[in-house]
Design a protein around this ligand. Structure first.
Ligand code: XMP
Length: 518
């Protein structure tokens, strides 16, 4: 892989995505990894990420000794750029000239291999307080900004290069080009990470992991579990049985989509479990979001275990063994956000990671654990899944349960389900599905406000619309949905859903808000 060393930046994962977009497998590793651990991964190149610290500070995150002696091409970004400068004998100083946000970088006459095809003035995205004031011997300086004379450098003999700005963010002009120049021109690598190679690789790994044992997979109706199931089905066929738990927290039409469209396109064996009463019983009166997530996660697994036991009992006569494996559509960002990554805070317990009970009776098969959402969609298409499944907006495993602020009940779910269906219908109708990453619709069940309808006073609940645009759900911005579309959604919801007398729009980016309200 191309290893991205994480120095505590939000950007490490984004860098890994960009490297993959360039056609090379990439993984994020903590900066604490030792030289041996790094060498074991047999890296083709190493990218040093940005980070919030200052390289000159006592105790600032550093590379482990020996990593730079592994004779692997290295690219430093922001903090990583400064670290590289220092490691090879350059100087990093606090110049008092900070740069945050969009900055103009002027590329030198000879932009070298790194900035080949990138010339003149470039708008780049910066976030730094320290600057490289002396480039190390052997490095040529390739770009400067008004306050940073050394903003990019390379040493082709060492196959090392770096930039002070963040080429991985979309606001940096030619960012992808710069990254690809490093990978292909400076490091001399060749692209080989494709949908087909991912599928082949995963199919082989799944076969190796499960042998001739049986598996079950919980389908949520979402893209991830569908693609995970389709991959496993490709690998081991009817050793897989899919289970769809109707927990009562689903949106309108969801059950039919799974039972008809997914099964129709894959031929997967499906069992639907009706567990509405159990879930609503367990959730009764629970208002704490983490509690809800834990309960839903636990009940999910219990439903699977029960179903698996039933399936085994049914086939006791035959040659079939126990069901030993559970397939989950866990994605790379889920793993990192649940504290699986290095030094990343636990923000929420995603139900398929943090919420697993300790006495889990299955071994996990998680074929998407290394993948980002857009890669999952691409391989779903390559596996022949229909667009209405792979193109679906993300929907959280805990479903509408975490979109009711307050306790969950059948009545409240019915209100939310209706409002959600209206919002989705109107957004689709307005052609906004591509622009919007997802639009949670949230019921503030414990909030009431006064309204007037007809001649009467009402005292109803608000519905929140949370349309967001994002690339990977790690960061997001609220989508500027046209006012007339919002007006139409608001009119319809307040007219058609009796208990709702107010519709409000969430205009918060992530960070600071998460996408879901709970
Ligand atoms: P947040 O709210 O953390 O959401 O900004 C990021 C993305 O993850 C989805 N999400 C979940 N998905 N199980 C899931 O499968 C969960 O427990 C869960 N919580 C949030 C959310 O819809 C958004 O796409």
């Amino acid at each position: 892989p191309v290893l991205v060393v994480d120095f505590g930046a939000q950007y490490a994962q984004l860098i890994a995505r960009r490297v993959r977009e360039a056609g090379l497998f990439s993984e994020v590793i903590p900066h604490t990894a030792t030289a041996e651990e790094v060498a074991e991964k047999d890296p083709r190149a190493i990218v040093l990420s940005g980070g919030p610290s200052s390289v000159n500070e006592e105790g600032a995150p550093a590379l482990s000794a020996g990593v730079l002696d592994l004779d692997v091409p290295v690219f430093g970004i922001c903090y990583g750029f400064q670290m590289l400068a220092r490691a090879f004998g350059g100087t990093v100083s606090k110049t008092g000239r900070r740069e945050y946000g969009s900055t103009v970088a002027t590329v030198a006459e000879d932009g070298g291999a790194l900035l080949d095809g990138v010339s003149g003035e470039q708008k780049v995205w910066m976030s730094h307080a320290d600057s490289v004031t002396d480039a190390p011997a052997g490095f040529s300086v390739l770009a400067a900004t008004a306050s940073t004379p050394i903003a990019a450098f390379e040493d082709r003999a060492r196959k090392c290069a770096g930039v002070q700005w963040h080429p991985e963010v979309l606001h940096s002009e030619n960012g992808q080009k710069v990254l690809e120049n490093f990978l292909f021109e400076v490091a001399g690598l060749e692209a080989d990470w494709t949908d087909q190679s991912i599928i082949e690789d995963q199919v082989a790994r799944i076969r190796e992991q499960v042998g001739d044992k049986k598996l079950i997979c919980g389908l949520s109706g979402g893209v991830d579990s569908a693609v995970a199931a389709a991959l496993v089905h490709r690998a081991v066929g009817d050793q897989l049985t899919c289970v769809f738990v109707d927990h009562g927290l689903l949106r309108e039409g969801e059950r039919r989509q799974v039972e008809e469209d997914f099964v129709g396109s894959t031929g997967v064996r499906l069992v639907t479990v009706d567990a509405v009463d159990t879930f609503l019983g367990e959730l009764d009166g629970v208002t704490d979001p983490e509690m809800k997530r834990k309960i839903i996660g636990r009940e999910f697994i219990r439903s699977f275990e029960q179903t698996a036991a039933d399936l085994v009992a049914e086939s006791r006569e035959g040659e079939s063994g126990d069901i030993e494996f559970l397939v989950q559509g866990t994605l790379y960002p889920d793993v990192v956000e649940s504290g699986g990554g290095a030094g990343t805070a636990n923000i929420k317990s995603h139900h398929n990671v943090g919420g697993l009970p300790e006495d889990l009776q299955f071994q996990l098969v998680e074929p998407l654990r290394e993948l980002f959402k857009d890669e999952v969609r691409a391989i779903g298409r390559a596996l022949g899944l229909p667009e209405n499944i792979v193109g679906r907006q993300p929907f959280p495993g805990p479903g509408l349960g975490i979109r009711i602020v307050g306790a969950v009940s059948a009545e409240r779910l019915a209100i939310l389900r209706r409002a959600d269906a209206i919002a989705r219908e109107e957004l689709t109708q307005a052609g906004l599905d591509d622009e919007i990453w997802q639009c949670p619709v949230v019921l503030l069940a414990d909030v009431r406000s006064v309204g007037v309808q007809g001649d009467g006073r009402t005292y109803g609940h608000p519905i929140v619309l949370r349309p967001v645009s994002s690339e990977d759900a790690m960061t997001a911005d609220w989508t500027r949905v046209p006012f007339d579309v919002l007006a139409q959604i608001s009119n319809r919801i307040t007219n058609e859903v009796d208990e709702v007398n107010r519709v409000v729009l969430d205009v918060t980016s992530k960070p600071p808000g998460t996408i879901e309200w709970e």
